[in-house]
Design a protein around this ligand. Structure first.
Ligand SMILES: [Fe+2]
Ligand SMILES: [Fe+2]
Length: 148
C-alpha cells in the first residue's frame, strides 16, 4: 500500500514532539548548548510543518472537500496563529538562556498543540487522504519536497 498523508504527517508530529522533549529537558537542566541546538531545531521543524499544512495540505483539503469557510482548516489555521507568540517566547528563552521561561512557554504551547495534532490526525489528514484519491502521491511528493 502506498504511503498516506496521515502516516507521513503523524510521523512529523512525533518527530517534532521528540525534539520538544529534548529541548525542554535541556532547559530544565540548564544545558544551554543542547537547548540552543534542540530549541532551534524544534522551531525550524514546527514552522516548516505548519507551512506544509497552510501552503499545500489545507488548500487541497478545502478544494477537494468543498469545506472552506467554517470548516476544520479554518480552525487549524487559527490555532497556528495562536501558536506564533508562544514560538516567539520559546525563541527568546533560548537566546536569553531562560530555562524556566522555556519550560513555561513549552507548557503553554502544548496546551494548544496536543489537541491540535489530535484533530489533524483523527479528522483532517484521513479526510484529505480519502478526498485526494489517485492524486494523493503527487501531493505527498510536494510536501516531501518542502522537507528537503
Ligand atoms: Fe497544524
Ligand atoms: Fe500538523
Amino acid at each position: 500500500m502506498s504511503e498516506t498523508i496521515s502516516i507521513y504527517m503523524e510521523q512529523d508530529h512525533d518527530l517534532i514532539d521528540g525534539i520538544a522533549e529534548r529541548a525542554v529537558a535541556a532547559a530544565a537542566a540548564g544545558d544551554w548548548a543542547t537547548l540552543e541546538r534542540e530549541g532551534s531545531e524544534f522551531l525550524r521543524r514546527l514552522r516548516r510543518h505548519i507551512e506544509m499544512e497552510e501552503d499545500l495540505l489545507f488548500p487541497a483539503f478545502e478544494q477537494r472537500t468543498g469545506m472552506a469557510a467554517g470548516g476544520p482548516s479554518v480552525q487549524m489555521r487559527e490555532e497556528h496563529v495562536q501558536m506564533q507568540p508562544i514560538l516567539a517566547q520559546l525563541q527568546s528563552a533560548v537566546s536569553g538562556q531562560d530555562g524556566p521561561g522555556y519550560e513555561r512557554a513549552t507548557q503553554a504551547l502544548l496546551e494548544i498543540l496536543v489537541p491540535h495534532n489530535q484533530k489533524e490526525e483523527q479528522m483532517m489528514y484521513p479526510m484529505l487522504d480519502e478526498a485526494m484519491g489517485a492524486d494523493r502521491q503527487a501531493l505527498l511528493a510536494d510536501v516531501k519536497q518542502m522537507a528537503l
